[in-house]
Design a protein around this ligand. Structure first.
Ligand code: GLN
Length: 206
């Protein structure tokens, strides 16, 4: 039996509308823009969009969403961060120890890591989303994108670009350095919806 799920999209700053469009239009999911702790309560999973990570973390702290997201994560709520969202989830930022993060994903990231000359580019990333399945190409847009410079033992690498780790999963947390929401490739979002479904099934069994 499929349960009704609500996908929260953190909507403090950044490209949250593109995520909402992809989830609704391409996948028929029910979404909730999250600007308050109350709205987070109504969500079964949360997308953290791209944008400006320093701005988003300040707003999260001001509103109380910083602690609320950490709390929901501790309860197993699925999280998916793209670009700035991945930076927010990370344990630490290379050479930016002063910038606070949620510290939920055991990785270190480098911000704006692909260099200034190439501010943005598009690429097909071979990703292994499903165990035992062959790699599938996922189209992604990189905009002043980070990459991952260190992965903890619990972290699975799902995709690389030019040897750099750009997509990972750690239990209920998914992150990509790029923006699939700015393309018409819904593969990563479909995978995230399945993560939410699996977490709901697990919950209803316990
Ligand atoms: N460079 C931005 C940051 O560090 C992220 C860019 C993006 O999300 N497209 O916050």
């Amino acid at each position: 039996m499929s349960m009704q799920k609500i996908v929260g999209v953190l909507a403090l700053q950044g490209d949250f509308e593109a995520h909402e469009r992809m989830l609704q239009n391409a996948l028929g999911a029910k979404t909730r823009l999250v600007k308050t702790c109350q709205e987070l309560e109504e969500a079964d999973g949360l997308v953290l969009p791209g944008g400006e990570s320093t701005t988003i973390v300040k707003l999260m702290q001001r509103i109380g969403l910083y602690e609320a997201i950490q709390q929901r994560s501790a309860e197993g709520m699925p999280l998916y961060g793209t670009c700035a969202g991945m930076i927010l989830l990370a344990r630490s930022i290379l050479a930016r120890e002063d910038q606070p993060t949620l510290g939920l994903l055991d990785v270190e990231v480098a911000r704006n890591a692909f260099g200034r000359q190439i501010d943005s580019f598009e690429a097909d990333i071979p990703m292994q989303l499903y165990e035992g399945a062959r790699h599938q190409l996922v189209h992604g847009v990189f905009i002043r994108a980070p990459y991952i410079t260190r992965c903890g033992a619990e972290v699975s690498v799902l995709g690389r670009y030019q040897e750099k780790v750009v997509a990972v999963r750690q239990q209920h947390i998914l992150a990509t350095a790029f923006h699939p929401e700015l393309t018409d490739d819904a593969g990563v979002h479909r995978y995230f919806l399945q993560m939410i479904e699996q977490s709901q099934e697990k919950r209803s069994r316990t």
